[in-house]
Design a binder for this molecule. Structure first.
Ligand SMILES: [Ca+2]
Ligand SMILES: [Ca+2]
Ligand SMILES: [Ca+2]
Ligand SMILES: [Ca+2]
Length: 510
């Protein structure tokens, strides 16, 4: 098993937005068919303002998905450390339109997904597990007052305070998924988390902000001059100990559209009101619908009104995002995670049902042993063809203990010895130890101009995290925004990819 996380899988693309109203331009370095676009717009581009930010991240149809995404917020922004913000405070909202393939079908499902992002604990020692670990009736340790219920631990609210446990506790897998060069867990300065239901699954989306210069991944620059790196985590992708499972979402496809707003000032979380839980709005129950954001205070406690980010002095600042695009071993334009024939150019377009696949079983004719005989799970290993990282060789849960096969095992390593899973399972990978296909890279940068502040408004940097970076006062809101954007991407495009499609391993997001 490979330790070390890699980057997230993801979507990619370019949608030319009319967002040029933005205060800047977007320079994109294109690589192959990986052309993401990102635009960032502050609501109040004034010095010293605690401005909301909206960022839009898009991937055009047909591009490869993301393998990772790291956004940098200029160090001049004032970032309020997570410890100075109430846990559970509403700090942003993300909306995306995900294009999904469900139950071995083509990319025919556009699904709106929305997350309300809450300030979340950064105490890396007070943790919660991701999966449901409560024993069920008949199992050792069964507790009738606390039964296994198929709700993941992160989505429960064991303390009954109106905050799901991924908010007031630190998901322990992050300590494995995001580590430094010496495999030591990274300490974020800020974390925001949101939980939503996607195709019936509780989905955890997190943005983690780190001090400038933090090492995130060897494919991402750790240059303090770029500002605060922000990483997005979707589900427990990136956890080297993740256990893949067949799921209903069998493909995450492009295009991807996402929009994220990060608040400059926190909003109240109505679900933490000190009234009996059964009197709260149903959205506050642990069913994870996005919280309603009223912007009004009033509940007790009231988490609203806390400055989250502060614009810097008048001037022009460059936001940089490094995006990595997934590998495509055979160069046919379909990334490995999406390509049921990763070593053979496909006959058809997998976005379109039945194209190049006359029996519509998800196996393109280029590698279907019999394209007139429908076998939705060709190797009968429990993973439908479009979700299986070896559609023709059994490598499911029943094969978990077989060496070099395993349950969707995928163990490529790059020249630095880092995890570089190429989304082709070991059981069918012609080079099971080294990744097939090139990791594409796009560097997006955008200048944001901050104008004069209003009288009395001083661009003082908020408390800055200690240590690290040369630049003080980073911009959390921006960070979060970007992160969110990333998240959106990840959710739609990349990350989910890993966790649902080729569960075999994924990357952490960076
Ligand atoms: Ca192919
Ligand atoms: Ca077929
Ligand atoms: Ca298989
Ligand atoms: Ca592989």
């Amino acid at each position: 098993m490979k330790p070390k996380s890699s980057l997230l899988g993801g979507a990619a693309a370019l949608a030319i937005l009319a967002l040029l109203l933005l205060l800047g331009t977007t320079d994109t370095v294109y690589a192959g068919t990986f052309n993401p676009t990102l635009s960032i717009q502050p609501a109040q581009p004034k010095a010293g303002a605690n401005s909301d930010f909206t960022s839009n991240f898009n991937l055009p149809a047909g591009d490869v998905n993301f393998a990772g995404l790291v956004a940098f917020i200029p160090g001049e922004w004032g970032i309020t450390p997570g410890d100075d913000i109430p846990i559970g405070a509403v700090v942003g909202q993300l909306t995306t339109t995900a294009t999904l393939g469900l139950i071995n079908g083509p990319c025919g499902n556009e699904l709106p997904v929305s997350f309300t992002m809450l300030n979340a604990s950064i105490d890396t020692t007070d943790t919660v597990e991701f999966d449901d670990t409560d024993p069920e009736a008949g199992e050792p340790g069964y507790d009738p007052n606390n039964p296994g219920n198929d709700i993941e631990q992160f989505a429960e609210d064991k303390s009954g305070d109106g905050l799901q446990d991924a908010i007031d506790k630190y998901p322990e897998f992050i300590n494995r998924a995001l580590t430094d060069e010496n495999d030591k867990p990274l300490q974020p300065i800020r974390r925001s988390a949101g939980i939503s239901v996607v195709a019936g699954v509780n989905v955890l989306l997190q943005f983690l902000v780190f001090e400038p210069g933090t090492f995130i991944n060897r494919n991402i620059p750790n240059d303090a001059d770029l500002g605060y790196p922000s990483a997005t985590l979707l589900q427990d992708i990136g956890d080297p100990e993740i256990v893949p499972e067949p799921g209903t979402i069998t493909d995450f496809c492009t295009p991807l559209i996402s929009s994220n707003t990060t608040f400059g000032i926190s909003k109240d979380n109505a679900c933490t009101d000190a009234v009996p839980k059964d009197q709260l709005d149903p959205v506050c129950e642990v069913t994870s619908a996005p919280l309603e954001v009223t912007g009004e205070g009033g509940s007790d406690p009231d988490e609203g009104g806390v400055a989250l980010a502060t614009n810097p002095a008048e001037g022009t600042y460059t936001f940089t995002t490094v995006a990595l695009g997934q590998r495509d071993a055979d160069g046919d334009g379909w990334e490995n995670s999406f390509d049921v024939c990763p070593f053979t150019a496909n006959d058809g377009d997998p976005h379109i049902g039945g194209d190049g696949d006359s029996d519509t079983d998800g196996l393109d004719a280029a590698c279907d042993p019999n394209d007139n005989d429908t076998n939705s799970d060709q190797d009968l290993d429990g993973y439908p063809n479009r979700q299986d990282n070896c559609p023709k060789i059994a490598n499911g849960e029943n094969e978990a203990d077989i060496p070099d096969v395993g349950n969707q095992e995928d163990n490529d390593v790059d020249e630095n010895g880092e995890d570089a899973r190429d989304q082709i399972g070991d059981a069918c990978d012609t080079n099971p130890d080294s990744p097939d296909g090139e990791l594409l890279r796009a560097v997006l940068s955008q200048d944001v101009t901050i104008g004069p502040g209003e009288p009395g408004q001083t661009p003082t940097a908020s408390p800055t995290p200690s240590g690290g970076g040369k630049d003080d006062g980073g911009g959390s809101s921006t960070i979060i925004i970007i992160i969110a954007v990333i998240a959106g991407v990840v959710v739609v495009g990349g990350g989910a990819f890993y966790f649902m499609r080729r569960g075999g391993g994924g990357g952490a997001t960076a």
